[in-house]
Design a protein around this ligand. Structure first.
Ligand code: NAP
Length: 266
């Protein structure tokens, strides 16, 4: 156990994983706990959040769970209220939820576009809306928004609502970062590149190699400058740094966690 966020309270939204293995949100929740934070693990799928809690409990950490669809204001307000009531404060808000539908402007339905914007972006607006007054009253807080390098680069597959909604994360991050910079609150985003998580197998398979998952993984490994995709832990460690006091003077940044993919295609 470390102490990089010792005694801080972290809300991780999207703390479960869409499939077996380590997703970005699950790894972040477990890492915050390993580094001393008390964690509120939030997910629309409560059993996925409970799985994360079971890992934290088994390692001697402290975690409670909450069910919420973060595109719904009443759900978000309620989990933030519950976290404050249970732990007494909120130091870290980690916005991990993000969904992806393959398709360009012609292929994607209007309903899919609206849904993706609601889940990927409205959710961040809502969590900030309800957590910022709490952080402002405390005079401290750190917000981590999980974006994607798809916000700034083309990966060879069209997922227009995903790319556009992830690009919007930068706008939310900069606005919150600057409006609250003199109130002890920081807001930063992490842009993961090619990461090997259950989400990739769940959402992207149809777009690669006629649905051949092993071939898709080979292609994605090959796209990375390192020859291998990153892992959920790479994203979690970057988030931990931004959440911790080690990053006390880091505000409004978009931290790339992509093995150099973006630099190579600059
Ligand atoms: P994940 O396993 O798909 O998602 C974590 C959890 O979020 C799942 O349990 C999921 O529940 C839940 N969730 C989905 N919609 C929700 C909602 N409306 N309200 C509350 N919870 C909801 O994904 P992950 O691996 O943790 O990471 C996802 C984040 O990383 C996203 O923001 C994604 O854009 C970003 N990212 C990933 C990659 C990559 O290559 N893997 C690259 C760049 C960025 P369900 O299982 O019920 O859906």
């Amino acid at each position: 156990m470390g102490e990089r966020v010792k005694d801080k309270v972290a809300i991780v939204i999207g703390a479960g994983s869409v499939g077996p293995g380590w997703g970005n949100g699950k790894a972040a929740a477990v890492l915050y706990a390993r580094e001393g934070a008390k964690v509120m693990a939030v997910d629309v799928n409560i059993s996925a959040a409970e799985e994360t809690k079971a890992i934290i409990d088994s390692e001697g950490g402290e975690c409670i769970v909450g069910q919420a669809d973060v595109s719904r204001a009443e759900d978000v307000e309620s989990i933030i209220k519950r976290t404050q009531e249970h732990f007494g404060c909120i130091d870290i808000l980690h916005n991990n939820v993000g969904i992806l539908s393959v398709g360009g402007a012609v292929e994607l339905t209007e309903e899919a576009w609206d849904h993706e914007f609601s889940v990927n972006i409205k959710s961040m607006f809502l969590s900030c809306k309800y957590v910022l007054p709490v952080m402002e009253s405390q005079g401290r807080g750190s917000i981590i928004n999980i974006s994607s390098t798809a916000a700034v680069r083309w990966y060879g597959v069209s997922y227009i609502a995903y790319s556009a909604s992830k690009a919007a994360v930068g706008g939310i991050t900069r606005t919150v970062a600057l409006q609250y910079a003199d109130k002890g609150i920081r807001c930063n985003s992490v842009l993961p590149g090619l990461i090997n998580t259950p989400l990739v197998r769940n959402s992207l398979t149809s777009a690669y190699a006629d649905g051949d998952v092993d071939e898709m993984m080979r292609i994605r490994d090959g796209q990375s400058p390192t020859g291998k995709m990153g892992t959920a832990w790479d994203v979690a460690h970057a988030s931990l740094f931004l959440a911790s006091d080690d990053a006390a003077y880091i505000n409004g940044v978009e931290l790339l966690v992509d093995g150099g993919f973006t630099a190579r295609s600059a």
